[in-house]
Design a protein around this ligand. Structure first.
Ligand code: PLP
Length: 377
């Protein structure tokens, strides 16, 4: 068996110990004679799993009692709508900070649903390579919205905007449990699981109870399934939950706990990210450089370009050369067991996603490969 180092932005690598446990329990979960995939979500075998997953989220993220922890479906993208439909109900007005694709999509969805969207800050001027500084948000907004870690641009907030009484909503899909986070600063947090928590299929929502409207108080036309109340009142079991994904999620949470919880993850992630950024910032002849600005850099997603990108924007020959180098890099890396390093088309170049489950060993192997590739090119 040859396992690769997987730098995919999502779905992404999972801790090997978790995969082994899942494999061992595949045919017979704890003497039940069934796989967790096959059992009723209302069975005595399954119910403790989802309950434990919730308890583990509460424990690892220090979730206060006045917050609900929900497991819903539809991915992060469905949250773009649910946030607007459930929170944008009073003044139908919301503030968004535009830091890249996911923040833009969220704002567009709110607009689509009739919310008066104010883009109060944007880093568009520099291709979203930094996080704008917005210390304080005021106004008659129903909520303020940020994307805390920008998976594509490789940027991350190093501060939390002060929104006073305005509920702050944050998309933490690609940084959930990568570091400690003060839940009390937010009205709502959500994370698609497939980046840092589990396989695709479940979305974690943490919402302050007083922000959950009755189903009928949501924006007109909101389906029952898209009201937080529906899931909050039914322990995330209004309908069939993504049972197996939640089972894996629970195992990942225990793995995080075993490895020091959110603090342990931060230490591990900083070590990995520092190692990679240090190389990117100091490599010989500046063959590579990171695209995200210092002070806004993600610990999870690290896009980088080569020197061949320098004139690619305004020179066709340079652009062709850049493409050739990027393709060669991705291909050779893959052959060396370092996979999914192709950059997002909006940034170009390469991107290494180094989520919780990525090891320092994997990052070191990447840097060794990069040194070798630079020498040859
Ligand atoms: C991946 C991602 C999304 C979209 O998630 P889906 O589950 O594919 O809908 C949203 N926000 C961020 C920050 C992401 O990284």
């Amino acid at each position: 068996m040859a396992r690769v180092f997987n730098f995919s932005a999502g779905p992404s690598c999972l801790p090997e110990d978790v995969l082994k446990e899942c494999a061992a329990e595949m045919l017979d979960y704890q003497g039940s004679g069934q796989s967790v995939m096959e059992m009723s979500h209302r069975s005595k075998n399954y119910e403790p799993i989802i309950q434990d997953a919730e308890a583990m989220v509460r424990k690892l993220m220090n979730v206060p009692d006045n917050y609900k922890v929900l497991f819903v479906q539809g991915g992060g993208s469905t949250q773009f709508a649910m946030v607007a439909q459930n929170l944008g109900i009073k003044n139908k007005k919301a503030a968004y900070i535009e830091t890249g694709v996911w923040a833009k999509k969220a704002a567009a969805e709110a607009k689509h649903l009739g919310i008066d969207v104010d883009i109060i800050a944007s880093s568009k001027d520099k291709n979203y390579s930094y996080i704008p500084k917005v210390e304080k948000i005021t106004g008659d907004y129903d909520y303020a919205y940020i994307c805390f870690n920008n998976t594509i641009m490789g940027t991350h907030y190093e501060y939390i905007p002060d929104t006073g009484n305005i509920p702050l909503v944050a998309d933490i899909s690609s940084c959930v449990l990568s570091e400690p986070l003060d839940v009390t600063k937010f009205g709502l947090l959500f994370a698609g699981a497939q980046k840092n928590l589990a396989p695709a299929g479940v979305t974690l929502v943490i919402i302050r109870e007083d922000l959950i409207p009755e189903v009928d108080a949501c924006l007109p036309g909101t389906p029952t399934m898209l009201a937080y109340k529906t899931h909050a009142d039914n322990g995330s079991m209004y309908n069939t939950p993504p049972c197996y994904t939640i089972y894996v999620l629970d195992k990942v949470l225990h793995w995080i706990e075993k490895n020091g919880g959110a603090e342990g993850m931060l230490k591990r992630n900083k070590e990995k990210a520092d190692y990679l950024y240090n190389y990117l910032d100091n490599n010989e002849g500046n063959f590579y450089h990171a695209t995200a600005e210092v002070g806004s850099r993600s610990l999870m997603n690290v896009p980088f370009l080569t020197k061949y990108s320098d004139h690619a924007a305004d020179d066709e020959v340079a652009a062709a050369k850049e493409k050739e180098i990027n393709d060669a890099f991705v291909k050779a890396a893959s052959a060396a067991g370092l996979v999914n390093l192709k950059g997002h088309r909006l940034v170009g170049g390469m991107r290494a996603s180094i989520y919780n489950a990525m090891t320092l060993e994997g990052v070191k192997a990447l840097v060794e490969f990069m040194k070798d590739f630079a020498k040859k090119n």
